[in-house]
Design a binder for this molecule. Structure first.
Ligand code: NDP
Ligand code: GDR
Length: 332
C-alpha cells in the first residue's frame, strides 16, 4: 500500500485529493495545523464521506521540525504540498504571513524531504496567478511570469525552489501550475462560491442582493475533482516536471453570475450590487491556460463544463441553506 502525505488536507483540494487517493488504495496522511475550532476541521472530508479514512496528524508548514518528524515517521511515497494562505485579497493585508506559509513553507517541506526522505515524490501547488499581468494570450509552461500580488510572488518563489531542488538535489519534485478550480467545497471567500451561496440565499428569501467587486475579471475555471487527478498523474511520471492544468476557456465573473442566477431561475442584474471596496489593489484581468503538455504527456483533459460546475455549486448551496440552518456538511 502506498502512502501519501497531504498538507492542506482540510482545504478544497485536500478533500478531493484524499478522496481520489483513497479510491486508488493509498494510505492517506493529512497534516492539520492546530486550531481552536477543531470540531469543524474535517468538514470537507466529512462532506465527501471520508473523514474516518484519512489519518489526521499535527503539523505546520512554518515549523520545519514538525515536517521533518512527519516525513521521517510516515516515510510517504508521495507528498502533496497544498497548504497555503491561498486568498489573493488577504495577501495584501498579510504579506509576511503569506510569504512565510505560501513561499517559505514549501521550501520547509522540500528541506524536510531532502533531510528525511529524499526518495519521496513531491507535488507543489503552483498557480496561474504567477502569470498575473499576462505576457501571452494563452499561458503555457513557457510563458514568462509577472506576479501581481504578494500571494503570486510567494507562489513564484515556491515554484522556482521546487525547480531548483529538482535540479540541485535530484528530488522527484513537480509543480502543477493550476488555473482556478472550483466545487461545492470551494472556500466561501472565493468569487464563484460567493456567487453560488448568494444565489441560494436570494432564492430562499434569506437575502435580496449580492455585493461583488470587479465583474469584468476573466478566469479559466475548472472543477477541482478533475484537477486533483492531474496532481496524481504528475507524480506517476518517471521524470518530474512542470505542467499547466487548465480548461483553455475563459469567462468573466459576470458570465459566471449569469449562469448561476439562471440555474436558480433568477436574473443576475436584478440582484448584483457593485461594491467598490471589493476591487483588488492590483487586478489580474484575464487568464486562459494551455494544458497541451499535460494532455500530450499523460492524457489529462478536463471533463466538467462551466454550466455543470455552476449548477452543482448552486444546488449544493441551496441544500446547505435549506437544512440550515442545519449542518454545513449535510450532503445534497
Ligand atoms: P484552501 O484555501 O481551500 O486550503 C488551504 C489549506 O492550507 C487549508 O487546509 C489550510 O488549513 C492549510 N494551511 C494554511 N496555512 C497553513 C499552515 N501554516 N500550516 C499547515 N496548513 C496550512 O486552498 P485550495 O484547496 O483551494 O488550494 C490548494 C492549494 O492550491 C493552495 O496552495 C492554493 O494556493 C493552490 N491553488 C489553488 C487553486 C484553486 O483554484 N483552488 C489554483 C492554483 C493553486 P486550515 O483549514 O487550517 O486553514
Ligand atoms: P483568484 O480567485 O484571486 O483568481 O485566486 P477569486 O475567486 O478570489 O477571484 C477571482 C476574480 O473575481 C473577482 N471578484 C471577486 N473576488 C472575490 N473573492 N470576491 C468578490 O466579491 C469579487 N468580485 C469580483 C476578483 O477581483 C478576481 O479577479 C484563486 C485562488 O484559489 C488562488 O489560491 C489560486 O492560486 C488562483 O485562484 C488560481
Amino acid at each position: 500500500m502506498r502512502t501519501a502525505l497531504i498538507t492542506g488536507v482540510t482545504g478544497q483540494d485536500g478533500a478531493y485529493l484524499s478522496h481520489f487517493l483513497l479510491g486508488k488504495g493509498y494510505r492517506v496522511i493529512g497534516m492539520v495545523r492546530r486550531s481552536a475550532s477543531s470540531d469543524v476541521i474535517g468538514e470537507r472530508l466529512r462532506w465527501l464521506g471520508i473523514l474516518d479514512r484519512v489519518e489526521l496528524v499535527d503539523g505546520n508548514l512554518t515549523d520545519l521540525a514538525s515536517l521533518i518528524r512527519l516525513v521521517a515517521e510516515y516515510q510517504p511515497d508521495e507528498v502533496y504540498n497544498l497548504a497555503a494562505q491561498s486568498f489573493v485579497a488577504t495577501s495584501w493585508q498579510q504579506s509576511l504571513v503569506t510569504g512565510q506559509v505560501t513561499g517559505i513553507g514549501a521550501v520547509n517541506m522540500l528541506e524536510a524531504l531532502r533531510i528525511a526522505n529524499p526518495k519521496a515524490r513531491f507535488y507543489q501547488a503552483s498557480s496561474s496567478e504567477m502569470f498575473g499581468k499576462i505576457q501571452e494570450p494563452r499561458q503555457s509552461e513557457r510563458t514568462p511570469f509577472y506576479p501581481r500580488s504578494p500571494y503570486a510572488a510567494a507562489k513564484l518563489y515556491a515554484h522556482w525552489m521546487t525547480v531548483n531542488y529538482r535540479e540541485s538535489f535530484g528530488l522527484h519534485a513537480s509543480s502543477g501550475i493550476l488555473f482556478n478550480h472550483e466545487s461545492p467545497l470551494r472556500g466561501i471567500e472565493f468569487v464563484t462560491r460567493r456567487i453560488t451561496d448568494g444565489v441560494a440565499r436570494i432564492k430562499l428569501g434569506l437575502a435580496d442582493h449580492l455585493p461583488l467587486g470587479n465583474l469584468a475579471a476573466m478566469r479559466d475555471w475548472g472543477h477541482a475533482r478533475d484537477y486533483v487527478q492531474a496532481m496524481w498523474l504528475m507524480l506517476q511520471q518517471e521524470s518530474p516536471g512542470d505542467y499547466v492544468i487548465a480548461t483553455g476557456r475563459t469567462r468573466s465573473v459576470r458570465e459566471f453570475c449569469e449562469l448561476a442566477f439562471a440555474h436558480a431561475g433568477l436574473r443576475a442584474d436584478d440582484h448584483i450590487r457593485i461594491d467598490p471596496a471589493r476591487f483588488r489593489t492590483a487586478e489580474v484581468d484575464v487568464l486562459c491556460g494551455n494544458a497541451a503538455k499535460a494532455e500530450q504527456t499523460f492524457g489529462w483533459r478536463p471533463t466538467a463544463t462551466l454550466e455543470e460546475l455552476a449548477a452543482e455549486m448552486v444546488d449544493a448551496d441551496l441544500v446547505r441553506h435549506r437544512v440550515k440552518h442545519g449542518s454545513w456538511s449535510d450532503r445534497p
